[in-house]
Design a protein around this ligand. Structure first.
Ligand SMILES: Nc1ncnc2c1ncn2[C@@H]1O[C@H](COP(=O)(O)OP(=O)(O)O)[C@@H](O)[C@H]1O
Ligand SMILES: [Mg+2]
Length: 369
C-alpha cells in the first residue's frame, strides 16, 4: 500500500482560494486515497456503522473493484467520496485527491474537509469525479431533455461556450455508441430504453472529462447483452481517456472483467485487498473464498444460471460486538481469537492485505478451506 509522506510546501505557495489543500503527498501513481474513512448514521435505535475505517488507494488509470454482498457499505463509500451521504449520515476520515482539472493542478485536497455544499466540492463533483448509478433515472431530471442536462453539466465543468458544450454533448453521445445521437439529445429520459439511458448517463459523466469515474452497480438492472456492452464501453473509455475507475459490484464475474485492484468489503470494512489475479487465485479471507464459491454457475440440467449463496446473511451493522464481522458465518471461527478485539489488516504479501486471524497465522483453517 502506498505510503503517505508529509512534506512542507514552500512558504507562500498555498492559494487562499483552496483552503482544503493539504500538505500531505500521495504516492506516485495514486490519484485518490481513502484514509480511515467512516460513515455512521446516528439513528434513534443506535449508531449504524455503514463504513467503518476504510483505507484504500485508487491508482491513476486503473480500476479499483469494490465487491461484497448487499449492505456491506459499498454505495455509502461512493456517496462519502462524492460528499452526497444523506442525513443523518456523518462522514469522517481523509479522502486525499490529486487535482487534475481545477485549482493547483497536481496539488492534493482533502474531500473529507470540504463542506457538502461548498464551491470546492461542487467543482469536484462531475468535474474531477463523476458517478454513474444502477438507476439512470436518478441522474436525470424527468422534465428536461437529456441534451439540455448534459450541456448544462458541460457548461459547469468544461467550457463556458454554449456552442462548444453542445458539440461536446453530441460527441459524447457518439462515443458511447448512441444510435441517432442528434435525435436522442432532444428526447426526455423516459423516451429512452434502459440501456440507452445508461449510455446517456455514462456520456454525461464522461463529457466533463473526469479523472475518476465511480460506477455503482451500473449494469445490475440491464439484460446480459446490454450489460456486456456497457462494461466494454467503460473499459474502452478508460483506456482511451486514462480515467481511473472505482467499480462497485456484488458480482465477482464483473470484477474479473473490469478490475486491476480489488477490495472486498464486509460490514463497512475492507476484509481483503489485492490485485485481481491474486483475488481469483490466492484469496485468503474465508468471506472472499465463500464469495468465489458463490459465483453463478451454469447447471447442466437446464443450462440456466444458478447462484449458490453463502449461508446466513450480512448482520445489520448496528450494536455489533467487537471482533470479526464475518464470525457468525465463518466455518473457521475461533471464539477465543476472533471476537473481543478488532482484527487488523495483515499484509500477507506485498500489496495483499487480509483482515483475518488465519492470515495472522493464529487460527488454523479447518479442512475444506
Ligand atoms: N441513508 C441511509 N440511512 C441509514 N442507513 C443507511 C443509509 N444508506 C445506507 N444505509 C445502511 O448502510 C449500510 C450499507 O449500505 P450500502 O452502502 O448501501 O450497502 P451496499 O451498497 O454494499 O449494498 C446498510 O446497512 C444500509 O442499510
Ligand atoms: Mg449499493
Amino acid at each position: 500500500m502506498p505510503q503517505i509522506r508529509t512534506s512542507r510546501p514552500a512558504q507562500g505557495t498555498k492559494a487562499k482560494s483552496a483552503p482544503v489543500e493539504t500538505d500531505v503527498r500521495l504516492d506516485e501513481g495514486v490519484i485518490l486515497e481513502l484514509k480511515g474513512l467512516k460513515t455512521y448514521f446516528h439513528l434513534d435505535e443506535g449508531t449504524l456503522k455503514a463504513v467503518d475505517g476504510v483505507d484504500l488507494p485508487i491508482r491513476e488509470g486503473k480500476t479499483l473493484g469494490i465487491v461484497g454482498e448487499s449492505g456491506c457499505g459499498k454505495s455509502v463509500t461512493a456517496q462519502a467520496i462524492m460528499r452526497i451521504v444523506p442525513k443523518p449520515g456523518v462522514v469522517d476520515g481523509r479522502m486525499l485527491l490529486r487535482l487534475r482539472k481545477h485549482g493547483h493542478i497536481g496539488s492534493v485536497v482533502d474531500l473529507g474537509k470540504m463542506g457538502e455544499n461548498s464551491a470546492e466540492i461542487r467543482k469536484i463533483r462531475g468535474g474531477e469525479i463523476a458517478m454513474i448509478f444502477q438507476e439512470p433515472m436518478k441522474a436525470f431530471s424527468p422534465v428536461h431533455t437529456i441534451g439540455n442536462q448534459i450541456t448544462e453539466a458541460i457548461l459547469l465543468h468544461n467550457t463556458p461556450d454554449p456552442e462548444e458544450a453542445e458539440a461536446i454533448a453530441l460527441d459524447s453521445f457518439k462515443k458511447v455508441g448512441m444510435s441517432n445521437p442528434e435525435q436522442r439529445l432532444k428526447e426526455y429520459p423516459h423516451q429512452l430504453s434502459g440501456g440507452m439511458r445508461q449510455r446517456a448517463m455514462i456520456a454525461m459523466a464522461l463529457s466533463c472529462n473526469p479523472s475518476i469515474l465511480i460506477a455503482d452497480e451500473p449494469t445490475t438492472a440491464l439484460d446480459v447483452t446490454v450489460q456486456a456492452q456497457v462494461l466494454e464501453l467503460i473499459n474502452e473509455l478508460k483506456s482511451s481517456i486514462g480515467t481511473s475507475v472505482v467499480f462497485i459490484t456484488h458480482d465477482l464475474g464483473v470484477i474479473a472483467e473490469m478490475a486491476d485492484d480489488v477490495a472486498v468489503m464486509y460490514l463497512g470494512k475492507v476484509v481483503e485487498q489485492t490485485d485481481v489475479d491474486t483475488l481469483f487465485h490466492g484469496a485468503v479471507h474465508p468471506y472472499t473464498r465463500a464469495l468465489l464459491g458463490a459465483i453463478p454457475t451454469v447447471t447442466a440440467d437446464e443450462g440456466r444460471q444458478r447462484l449458490l449463496s453463502i449461508p446466513g446473511t450480512v448482520p445489520f451493522p448496528m450494536n455489533l460486538p467487537t471482533g470479526c464481522g464475518f464470525y457468525s458465518r465463518c466455518k473457521h471461527r475461533d471464539s477465543e481469537r476472533c471476537m473481543g478485539e478488532e482484527i487488523p489488516l495483515t499484509e500477507v504479501a506485498p500489496g495483499h492485505k487480509v483482515r483475518c486471524r488465519i492470515a495472522e497465522g493464529s487460527v488454523q483453517p479447518k479442512a475444506g478451506y
